[in-house]
Design a protein around this ligand. Structure first.
Ligand SMILES: NC(=O)c1ccc[n+]([C@@H]2O[C@H](COP(=O)([O-])OP(=O)(O)OC[C@H]3O[C@@H](n4cnc5c(N)ncnc54)[C@H](O)[C@@H]3O)[C@@H](O)[C@H]2O)c1
Length: 434
């Protein structure tokens, strides 16, 4: 099947490459000329494990191509995926301008029946809006909602092994075409769920909001642990053994970031308010998370004041491991607050240093290794739980540092182990050991 994908960000590029891998012929369209030129030369616009190989393999087999020509894209695909961004607007709602622009273009230029499949995360009611645009142009195109659940850092696996395929459509023909699009997955018994547009759109928000709620819940418990002297690590381990709760997403820490959870929770709150309902629980989930991102900062400053420390090393900046994405990253907020407080900052991140430089320029120092990053530092703040931070030789690290303070923003270390190396260790919701 010929497939067009609009938008070559994390979702569009992974979707396009995965559909090519499933045997379709895919043309990816983006308005960003620089991005498209890079991909035409085999360079990736962002880091995602396995991405380069997947794109290269499918490009060489002539199943995957890139262009900025929208009309060519609209003519090419029997189905057209919309994978453009839906960023958060100032008041918290989802900005639909890119989704609606693609819909307008397809409505104007598509000459025969096609599916316009919305993979971008959009509030319930968006497919209805898109269908109205198509109707105004007497377009033969049919709208479908097909939200995406991939996780950055594991995006290719998620795309090739989804736990469900959610499809909202109005006609049997549309569901049948969608089954053909995903034939390679449906035949391996991935559940294919058929429903109306609004329900499909809502599932994506409910999915992300539930996960965000779980994170803010355990962080709330962590903060209560801090004031009561309990250890959230053990609390989470024990409650996670209850099969109704499960251990997933119960890691207390400095909060979630990324381009999805923050914006999707606030967009759902906004959508609810537009319908006259105040989604107070979800509003609080968001606020708890925003507060959590810099929860360690006063503790860091107080500890530095006690030892007259000047320099702080951050391990990791990206919002989670295996991505270079800094959108909504707690590390960015921590750097800003520590800079405001007058500290020198050294940063090491295995992948996201270039992105960090773009944000902070020469206001901070950048290091190319774990070992160099701590030279003459007074404190380490573990921000992103990259695997390479898990097996650090703290004996060696200690020798390089002026003072030995470690703030574990993701609770990945054993406090006792750090104490043996003469560190003062502070986790989130598990106190400090000296
Ligand atoms: N990133 C994730 O992990 C993830 C997971 C699931 C769902 N989503 C959702 O998928 C959507 C896309 O997210 P993303 O992270 O890939 O966004 P992104 O910002 O990385 O990429 C969006 C791309 O769309 C392009 N674009 C904008 N207007 C266009 C147009 N008219 N024609 C062609 N291209 C256009 C931009 O240039 C950009 O390259 C969002 O709604 C997001 O919420 C994201």
């Amino acid at each position: 099947m010929n497939i067009t994908v609009f938008g070559t960000g994390y979702v569009g590029l992974v979707t396009g490459a995965a559909l090519a891998e499933l045997g379709h012929k895919v043309l990816c369209i983006d308005i960003d000329q620089e991005k498209i030129s890079k991909m035409q030369q085999g360079m990736m616009p962002f880091y995602e494990p396995g991405m380069e190989d997947l794109v290269k393999r499918n490009t060489q087999k002539n199943r995957l191509d890139f262009s900025t020509n929208q009309e060519e894209g609209i003519a090419f695909g029997e189905v057209i995926f919309t994978c453009v961004g839906t960023p958060m607007q100032e008041e918290g709602s989802a900005d639909l301008q890119y989704v609606l622009a693609v819909t307008e273009a397809v409505a104007k230029h598509a000459k025969r029946h096609k599916l316009l499949i919305n993979k971008s995360t959009v509030p319930p009611g968006t497919a209805v809006k898109c269908a109205e645009i198509l109707k105004q142009h007497n377009s033969p195109v049919e709208i479908v909602s097909n939200p995406e659940f991939l996780k950055q850092g594991n995006a290719i696996y998620d795309c090739m092994h989804p736990d469900k395929i959610v499809v909202g459509a109005k006609s049997e023909e549309a569901f049948a075409i969608m089954r053909r699009v995903y034939h390679g997955l449906v035949k391996t018994y991935v559940p294919f769920l058929e429903m109306d547009w609004q329900t499909a759109e809502m599932i994506k928000y409910a999915n992300n909001s539930f996960l965000a709620t779980k994170i803010s819940f355990i962080n709330e418990i962590a903060n209560i642990c801090t004031v009561t002297g309990a250890d959230v690590h053990l609390v989470a381990k024990a409650i996670g053994m209850d099969y109704r709760i499960s251990p997933k997403f119960l890691n207390a820490g400095i909060g979630y970031g990324g381009s999805c959870f923050p914006k999707d929770v606030t967009a759902l709150v906004h959508t609810a308010a537009s319908g006259g309902y105040q989604a107070e629980l979800l509003q609080q989930v968001h606020e708890t998370n925003e507060r959590q991102k810099t929860m360690l900062v006063p503790q860091i400053i107080s500890a530095l004041q006690q030892v007259d420390g000047k320099q702080v090393t951050l391990w990791g900046v990206s919002f989670k491991p295996k991505t270079s994405d800094l959108r909504g990253a707690p590390g960015v907020e921590i750097i800003k607050e520590l800079l405001d407080a007058g500290y020198n900052i050294v940063v090491y991140d295995p992948i996201a240093l270039e992105e960090t430089k773009r944000l902070f320029g020469d206001k901070i120092l950048y290091s190319s290794s774990i070992e160099n990053s701590v030279v003459n530092s007074d404190a380490i703040v573990l921000v992103t739980e990259w695997d390479e931070f898990r097996n650090v030789d703290f004996g060696k690290i200690a020798q390089q540092m002026s003072n030995k303070l470690l703030f574990d923003g993701r609770n990945i270390y054993e406090p006792e182990m750090l104490r043996e190396e003469k560190f003062t260790y502070c986790g989130v919701g598990r106190g400090c050991v000296h």
